[in-house]
Design a protein around this ligand. Structure first.
Ligand SMILES: Nc1ncnc2c1ncn2[C@@H]1O[C@H](COP(=O)(O)OP(=O)(O)OP(=O)(O)O)[C@@H](O)[C@H]1O
Length: 624
């Protein structure tokens, strides 16, 4: 078959959700002009069909006519069904199937004979069963992502250590093979049964016995022990479930409502139009129903340092609207115990079912970092989600940069701005390490989602939400999907948050609103970088930088360095863009020369007119 015939045959096996997505796949155009077909010297070397709601089957056999084919990407689609027969394409170097709906076991020999395969991305599907042995035996494997699936059993012995491996959030058990023991521990997190280095969980019998080749009698006894342990665990689990069901049924019989009777519309209720939930009318036939009932009628707490309060307390409290974003409005409410909380109401959040939602929110709830605002509690109902968190008095970075005159706060000075950038970068690095299953662990970084603490340290909100937001709304509303890689190649990568940070740096330095550069082709934030690039002549210029920054106090060299870091973060080519670890290091280096100069802030304070806290008044402007 010619390349055209092969591709058209392959297309026939696809069901295309977005009707016009493959319109260009037509005989009248050469295949190298077709959408998603990547060519090198007129030969097809890759297919990149991402984010176009593809389903149906992947007719790998049809692609055998493409002799130069090396890379296949079908990420972010709706494929399911049998595992594609990639091994028929022995010269493939990379396979991307992330974020699809595969819910099958991968045959053990699925990768046999794929001697050139370097990259396998299968994360965020529902693959089950054991990790295939043929995968662990690939001689050139460099990058492997299997996170966010349902793989079970032990990790096979890899014949060599991949550069990048992510097995987090599966159901793997047993000892981590020695060869992988020096990898980052986050790559194994979220697997209940794994033990050994790099996790801080010691392997006890039976797994520590089976980690090395053993005499057959030992293997047998470890198997027996394992079976006994599994039986005991199952019996215990059944007893706990039965106990829970009995407790819930008794509660119901005693007619103890989970929510007290509604006294009439309350303030938050009135303002937000929040409906009271089903009041637990469901029967308690199963544990699952019981569990769901709890979560549809009560607030679920992720932290307990705020004391417990009920949904009713929130609904009764007086509420003030803080603002409305793309996903809904945020309200400030004062509880009867005096705590001031913010309730954010989320629309467009039905991407994940109840269990997936809960998994993701639990992951977010485990995070703990000074530059991340924790979610205190949440309320789940199919059509409505509420997130509750602390009220941050000083409000958002956006308000301080673009509306400080009306907010009554002085404008932000240079050291404060630099401190904000550093904190945001550290927070992003932490997110990347701790939510490794997400391509863009923040995904929605913008100045209104950076709040400022009492000491003007940044506290980020609205992170980790991508898996929960409806796909179409995410593509329309979330910052990550406005990145050049999404607009040009329909992909979000693990450097997408870096691009968001770059835009934030440019916003902080220029005082310009990124959205004001919006064009009809929607490449708004990339245009802000272009604007800076075309106005930056490599040296200090009064026009480029925010006049509200006040005196720059001989820090021009540092400011210029930060601008260059910001521009490197906005590099359109993802490969050339810095990664977040590099950005953090560069930011730490930026002020190395004045390290140990504890007087920096105070000197600054004394020289900046009218500076209160860590801001300067606009009268102090003196950009030299
Ligand atoms: N915990 C909080 N404390 C103080 N102000 C907050 C808090 N959470 C949000 N805000 C502010 O409330 C306003 C509305 O926030 P909200 O998150 O609803 O929308 P947004 O950030 O403008 O957009 P998006 O919905 O895209 O995140 C913003 O100005 C935000 O900075």
């Amino acid at each position: 078959l010619s390349e055209i015939e092969s591709l058209l045959k392959f297309k026939k096996s696809l069901v295309i959700g977005r009707a016009s997505a493959l319109e260009s796949w037509d005989r009248k155009n050469p295949p190298c002009k077709w959408i998603g077909v990547l060519c090198d010297k007129e030969y097809v070397w890759g297919l990149r069909l991402e984010n176009i709601e593809l389903s149906g089957s992947l007719n790998i056999e049809a692609l055998m006519g493409l002799k130069s084919l090396r890379s296949l990407s079908f990420m972010n689609n709706k494929f399911r069904g049998p595992f594609p027969e990639f091994k028929k394409l022995g010269a493939l170097k990379s396979i991307y199937l992330s974020n699809n709906q595969f819910d099958i076991k991968i045959p053990n020999d699925a990768f046999d004979g794929m001697g050139w395969l370097k990259k396998i991305y299968l994360e965020q599907n529902k693959f089950s069963g054991e990790i295939p042995m043929s995968m662990a035996k690939l001689p050139k494997l460099l990058e492997l992502r299997l996170d966010g699936n349902r793989f079970t059993g032990q990790i096979p012995e890899f014949i060599h250590k991949p550069h990048m491996l992510n097995l987090s959030n599966n159901a793997l058990a047993g000892p981590i093979p020695n060869i992988l023991s020096t990898m980052d521990q986050t790559m194994f997190e979220g697997n209940q049964g794994l033990c050994g280095e790099p996790l801080e969980i010691k392997c006890y019998s039976p797994y520590n016995l089976s980690s090395e080749p053993k005499a057959s009698s030992k293997t047998k006894s470890s198997k027996v022990l394992y079976i006994v342990a599994a039986v005991v665990a199952s019996v215990l689990a059944i007893l706990i479930i039965l106990g829970l069901i009995i407790v819930l049924c008794r509660r119901r019989r005693n007619k103890q409502p989970l929510l007290s009777p509604e006294p009439g519309p309350s303030s938050l209720q009135k303002r937000a139009g929040i409906q009271e939930s089903d009041k637990g009318q469901s029967s308690c036939h199963s544990h699952r129903a019981a569990k769901r009932m709890i979560h549809t009628t009560k607030l679920s707490f992720l932290r307990d340092d705020k004391g417990k309060f009920e949904l009713q307390d929130l609904l009764k409290a007086s509420a003030e609207i803080l603002g409305s974003g793309c996903f809904g409005a945020s309200y400030k409410t004062v509880l009867s115990n005096g705590s001031i909380m913010v309730v954010k109401r989320f629309k467009h959040m039905n991407n994940a079912g109840f269990e997936e939602f809960q998994e993701q929110i639990t992951r977010i709830g485990r995070l703990n970092h000074d530059n991340l605002l924790p979610i205190v509690a949440y309320y789940y109902k199919k059509e409505e989600k509420l997130f509750v968190c602390d009220f941050i008095e000083k409000g958002s970075l956006a308000a301080h940069l673009h509306g400080h005159k009306s907010s009554g706060y002085p404008s932000l000075d240079w050291p404060t701005r630099l401190n904000i950038v550093k904190g945001v970068a550290r927070g992003l690095l932490y997110l990347q390490k701790n939510l490794p299953s997400l391509m863009a662990p923040h995904g929605h970084l913008k100045s209104s989602n950076v709040l400022l603490s009492e000491k003007f340290d940044p506290i980020m909100t609205d992170y980790g939400l991508i898996p929960m937001i409806n796909e179409e709304s995410a593509q329309e509303l979330m910052v990550a999907y406005k990145s050049p890689e999404y607009l040009k190649q329909s992909r979000v990568t693990n450097k997408t948050d870096v691009w968001g940070l770059g835009v934030l740096i440019l916003e902080i330095l220029t005082g310009k609103v990124p959205e004001s550069f919006s064009q009809s082709d929607k490449e708004s934030e990339a245009d802000m970088a272009n604007w800076v690039k075309s106005n930056f002549k490599g040296e200090w210029s009064k026009e480029l930088f925010d006049q509200e920054m006040g005196k720059t106090n001989n820090c021009e060299a540092e400011i210029l360095k930060l601008l260059k870091i910001g521009l490197s973060c906005c590099e359109v080519d993802v490969e050339k863009r810095l990664d977040i670890r590099e950005v953090v290091e560069m930011l730490e280096d930026l002020t190395k020369e004045r390290e140990g100069d504890d007087d920096f802030y105070s000197t600054y304070a004394s020289e900046a007119d009218g500076r209160s806290s860590r801001g300067v008044s606009s009268e102090g402007i003196n950009l030299s």
